[in-house]
Design a protein around this ligand. Structure first.
Ligand code: HEM
Length: 304
């Protein structure tokens, strides 16, 4: 089915096709009993909403594995988080590309959007935040060896933040598309790499060892980069570069919060048990949660 020009995916009314304020579509008259001004009811094929949103697919992807009524919200929360990871990867790839093209306002727009999206992602912990061990046990066995650790989209998100690791491709070798996307991301500059290259082009003394680093490895903090941020933060508080630093700091803080909310939910739901993915569980997550996102943006503050 084709869209009318007012009803393209980018149009603000796209998600509510009937509110576009146009005359009824030819060939899809309202049934005689529908009140004037009411939405269209009759479509030749599937609805324009379905064509755009694929809600029928999305709302039938819940294949429950236990009889426990609490499993549904566990699965849907996980799926919702996967969708937010997808949005965040999109925003940070947009921001990285804009920085590469010296388009700071476009990068800041994407980072600001991602701040609200991270808030929404973090709010989606709410339904799982108070699971007791007995409640979690009711369907935990059905998960088998499945674990969020095997999330390819989360891994792409971590790669964009500088937490690169070739070993993290191994779990995805059986899933061609995810593996190819991750491999590409492994060798591409992350968001922070692009921010530092941008600052170097503006004359900041970012060292060559950082600019020419092996992109497939984890970003390691550098004292000279810390000095660059300290210098920026001593300067104009309303300047563009401080705004970039603050937008990245917001991202770092909210990712740290996701990791800590995950850690707390896990601690409540399973205590010191081993994870379904084979890790030591809480003890392993504790180490992951202490990792700093964009490290020099935090340490530079002690020098301002
Ligand atoms: C209360 C419910 C949850 C518990 C008890 C839990 C537990 C764990 C554990 C123990 C690990 C470590 C790896 C392992 O051995 O499995 C882990 C990793 C992970 N989980 Fe969860 N999880 C929960 C909910 C979620 C949800 C809803 C998501 C959303 C997608 C998620 C995403 C992840 C990710 C991405 C990792 C890897 C983290 C990293 O690589 O640093 N978890 N989880």
């Amino acid at each position: 089915m084709s869209y009318d020009p007012l009803n393209t995916p980018n149009h603000p009314d796209a998600a509510h096709p009937a509110s576009a304020g146009t005359a009824p579509h030819p060939g899809t008259p309202n049934p005689p009993d529908s009140a004037p001004g009411a939405p269209h009811l009759d479509f030749a094929g599937s609805t324009p909403y379905e064509d755009y949103v694929h809600a029928d697919v999305l709302t039938h992807l819940q294949e429950l594995r236990s009889e426990d009524p609490g499993e549904m919200v566990f699965l849907v929360t996980t799926q919702v988080m996967e969708l937010w990871f997808t949005v965040l990867v999109h925003e940070w790839e947009t921001a990285a590309r804009a920085l590469r093209e010296d388009e700071l306002p476009r990068a800041l727009d994407a980072l600001r959007r991602s701040r609200r999206e991270l808030d929404a992602l973090n709010a989606s912990w709410l339904p799982l935040a108070g699971l007791t061990p007995a409640q979690f046990n009711s369907y935990r066995g059905a998960l088998g060896e499945g674990s969020g650790f095997q999330s390819a989209m989360y891994r792409r998100l971590e790669f964009l933040l500088g937490e690169k690791s070739a070993a993290m491709l191994v779990p995805h070798k059986g899933t061609a598309r995810a593996h190819a996307e991750l491999e590409k991301a492994l060798h591409e500059p992350g968001l922070y790499d692009e921010a530092l290259r941008f600052l170097a082009r503006r004359g900041h003394p970012v060292p060559h060892s950082v600019l020419d680093r092996d992109l497939s490895r984890r970003y390691e903090p550098s004292e000279q980069v810390e000095a660059v941020w300290a210098e920026i933060y001593r300067g104009d508080q309303r300047g563009e570069e401080v705004r970039l630093g603050e937008a990245l700091t917001d991202v770092g803080e909210l990712v740290w919060r996701w990791r800590n909310d995950h850690l707390t939910a896990t601690r409540r739901a399973m205590g010191s048990k081993q994870g379904t993915g084979g890790s030591a569980g809480v003890a392993w997550l504790e180490k992951r949660a202490t990792k700093s996102v964009f490290p020099e943006l935090w340490t530079a503050r002690g020098r301002v």
